[in-house]
Design a protein around this ligand. Structure first.
Ligand SMILES: Nc1nc2c(ncn2[C@@H]2O[C@H](COP(=O)(O)OP(=O)(O)OP(=O)(O)O)[C@@H](O)[C@H]2O)c(=O)[nH]1
Ligand SMILES: [Mg+2]
Length: 302
């Protein structure tokens, strides 16, 4: 913590929006390090993750949330609850919108729910690198007609375009007060949680179709060896026996590749050598298992 705290400011910014808008990519870019996993598939983020960004004397606690969508399964309902819970009591709600997609059926209900909330709301149009300028302006107009935003900003979380401006604006909006987190802390997730998420990200990146939605990663053992390296044992939980062959791949090659990519990335993030052991387990009702929800960091919803 800095010795002179009198000039410090600190606040919570809730990052909400439809699935796939680029919320997690944006949080990682603002923090300057991966704290949340991302993928081209919708509904990647399952729980609330806090990323901590610093600019001058301001500390910003960015709450990345699961994309809010129409919940059907128990897992979906728990994710939606985590998303809205993340917005609770925030100093600022930043609504992240895919600048190419604009106001679609997935965003409409979110805008309606936001209308009733008293927090300050900012509009962040993301993906300006792939959105046509005239479309962006039309989207912005329509969104501002729906809801009064205090600010509208344009960024590309992928290329970094507009991010310095967004970060400065966020920093300036933070209330005076001491920092919540030590200077070197980038997220509220434990290394154990991060490890499970990094493996799950590889499932999203390396497997196609619907499988990643049907899978979860459960850490069975996480321990430090005497030489400082960490040993991690994880189960990849899948819902159906037929999915086992997909995760394993020919001769077990796919699982090996998932493990090797996840291990390398974790080692880089944690700064230590990592021994990662993965195995696939069929658990048809994992979505009804309270223990898994605790693992993921979600509250059980009835
Ligand atoms: N071209 C482009 N792609 C982006 C940008 N930001 C994010 N993406 C891509 O959009 C996809 C979704 O990004 P995520 O950060 O996982 O989106 P999210 O909003 O967190 O999604 P959920 O967690 O599923 O709600 C990924 O393939 C990203 O690489 C951007 O500024 N430009
Ligand atoms: Mg996400």
């Amino acid at each position: 913590m800095k010795s002179d705290t009198s000039n410090q400011s600190c606040g919570v910014i809730a990052i909400v929006g439809a699935p796939n808008a680029g919320k997690s990519t944006l949080v990682n870019a603002l923090v300057g390090q991966k704290v949340a996993i991302t993928s081209p598939k919708a509904q990647t983020t399952r729980t609330r993750v806090m990323g901590v960004a610093i600019e001058g004397d301001a500390q910003m606690v960015l709450v990345d949330t699961p994309g809010i969508f129409a919940p059907k399964r128990r897992l979906d309902r728990a994710m939606v609850q985590a998303a809205w819970g993340g917005a609770q009591g925030a100093d600022l709600i930043a609504v992240i919108v895919d600048g190419k997609a604009g106001l679609g059926p997935k965003l409409e209900p979110i805008m309606e729910s936001l209308a009733g909330r008293s927090e300050r709301k900012w509009l962040v149009l993301n993906k300006v690198d792939i959105a046509a300028k005239d479309k962006l302006l039309t989207h912005t107009q329509r969104l501002n007609d729906k809801l009064v935003f205090d600010e509208t900003l344009f960024v590309s979380a992928a290329t970094g375009d507009g991010l310095p401006e967004l970060k400065s604006a966020f920093a300036a909006a933070m209330p005076k007060g001491p920092w919540h987190f030590p200077e070197d802390q980038v997220s509220d997730a434990t290394d154990r949680m991060l490890a499970a998420e990094i493996t799950r990200e590889q499932l999203y990146h390396q497997l196609h179709a619907e499988l990643p939605y049907a899978a979860a990663v459960h850490t069975e053992k996480y321990s430090e060896r005497d030489d400082g390296s960490v040993e991690i044992h994880q189960q990849i939980l899948i819902g159906r026996p037929t999915q086992r062959a997909i995760v394993l791949g020919k001769g077990g090659q796919r699982l090996k590749e998932i493990g090797s990519k996840a291990r390398a990335e974790l080692a880089a993030l944690l700064g230590v050598k990592v021994h990662l052991y993965l195995h696939v387990k069929v658990k048809e009702d994992w979505e009804e298992d309270r223990g898994i929800y605790r693992d993921i960091g979600l509250d059980w919803v009835d």
